[in-house]
Ligand binder design. Structure first.
Ligand code: NAD
Ligand code: TYD
Length: 362
């Protein structure tokens, strides 16, 4: 792996991945293609923007001309595809944007990558990899006693986000089956950590609690996610690029499955400890139940035996250590937070998603 194209590298996981591989693979050259949508943020990459081994291109994965030019100009040996619309609540408000980016964009990227790959020398063709970064949400929702999702669990997506990611996974799979295109798919559970856009549960709760604002819990708060610290995800992706088999899918998860309400309470106690002077202590008094998300998946859980056995990967962080690092990161980066919070489109989203939701009677 010498010359890697990363799509969506200005987002949460993509920017963590870029930092991670720069730190762990000293000769790698990175091209980051990102269209800088609301969740793309060059502040995430400020510290590396002048490195010779890294360069940024603003571009849209849906643009056939731009993607064609990219593959004409550079000789990539690896593509890691993160670029996507990624928030379930936004997909409920605006599903077509998810079809465009996640389905059409992935199709456009694949088509151009295939043309590029077919022209490579046999040796380069053999080592080329296209890694498609996907989600556990394609598998749908589990009931309390169900076994966790494995790589053979049938797809049953419930939100427009999950359906658009499922469609993109199917396209990637079809390129391997039809053209022997060297693709690998990963399905990962919920990530958390530095640089996560504060529309997702964990950063939103941390920032609202610091500011003394209500902590919105959808429905009864007993929904379960399998939380993974983002750098553990990045390490899994790196190891899969180096050791994974083409045509395979790998589940990645954290084996941390608290209910939403418990994770919010945990964040509150961390803040109680780290901010003893806060007027909002105990922060759990800010918890407020709000009407549920439509079609809200009840439970996700991942069976990670395949990646453990075949790749030798396991997460390093547990929820306690990962949450402590994450809360400290948000406390230590008020400028990063403020740059997002003062944008009118962020305030507009908060208004659409929360003010119009209203407080539920319980
Ligand atoms: P994010 O929303 O933080 O970042 C997405 C990035 O993609 C942004 O930088 C954005 O500007 C860019 N982008 C969006 N549309 C684009 C387009 N048309 N062309 C080029 N760039 C575009 O998302 P994230 O949480 O970092 O997720 C990254 C990937 O990982 C997604 O594919 C997501 O489905 C997957 N994933 C996320 C999680 C999670 O918990 N966040 C879990 C599993 C899988
Ligand atoms: P989220 O971070 O949006 O990730 P996903 O929907 O992809 O799992 O939400 C995580 C869980 O937290 C999910 O069950 C929805 C819930 N949630 C809330 O209860 N309140 C909120 O304000 C948000 C954003 C999410």
């Amino acid at each position: 792996m010498k010359n890697i194209l990363i799509t969506g590298g200005a987002g949460f996981i993509g920017s963590n991945f870029i930092h991670h591989i720069l730190n762990h693979r000293s000769t790698l050259h990175i091209t980051n293609l990102d269209d800088l949508t609301y969740s793309g943020n060059l502040d995430n990459l400020k510290d590396i923007q002048n490195l010779d081994r890294y360069h940024f291109i603003k571009g849209n994965i849906c643009d056939p001309e731009a993607i064609n030019c990219l593959f004409q100009k550079y000789t990539f040996d690896t593509v890691v595809h993160f670029a996507a619309e990624s928030h379930v609540d936004r997909s409920i408000q605006n599903p077509m944007q998810f079809i465009e980016t996640n389905v059409v964009g992935t199709a456009n990227l694949l088509r151009n990558a295939l043309v590029f790959w077919e022209k490579l020398e046999p040796g380069q063709k053999r080592t080329f990899r296209f890694l498609h970064v996907s989600t556990d949400e394609v598998f749908g929702s589990l009931d309390a006693g169900d076994p966790p999702f494995s790589e053979t669990t049938p797809y049953a997506p419930n939100s427009p986000y999950a359906a658009s990611k499922a469609a993109s996974d199917h396209l990637v799979r079809s390129y391997y089956q039809t053209y022997h295109f060297p693709a690998i798919i990963t399905n990962c559970s919920n990530n958390y950590g530095p640089f996560q856009f504060p529309e997702k549960l964990i950063p939103l709760i941390i920032l609202n609690a610091i500011a003394g604002k209500p902590l919105p819990i959808y429905g009864d708060g007993r929904q379960i996610r399998d939380w993974l610290y983002v750098l553990d995800h990045c390490q899994a992706l790196l190891e899969i690029l180096e050791k994974g088999k083409i045509g395979e899918t790998y589940n990645i998860g954290g084996n941390n499955q608290p209910a939403n309400l418990d994770i919010v309470r945990q964040i509150c106690s961390i803040l109680d400890e780290l901010c003893p002077e806060s007027p909002f202590r105990p922060h759990s008094q800010l918890i407020q139940f709000v009407p549920d998300r439509p079609g809200h998946d009840r439970r996700y859980a991942m069976d990670t035996r395949k990646i453990e056995k075949e790749i030798g990967w396991q997460p390093r962080e547990n929820l306690e250590s990962g949450l402590m690092k994450t809360v400290k990161w948000y406390l230590d980066h008020p400028d990063w937070v403020e740059n997002i919070q003062r944008k009118p489109d962020y305030q507009a989203w908060m208004n659409v998603n929360y003010s119009q939701r209203g407080a539920a009677k319980r």
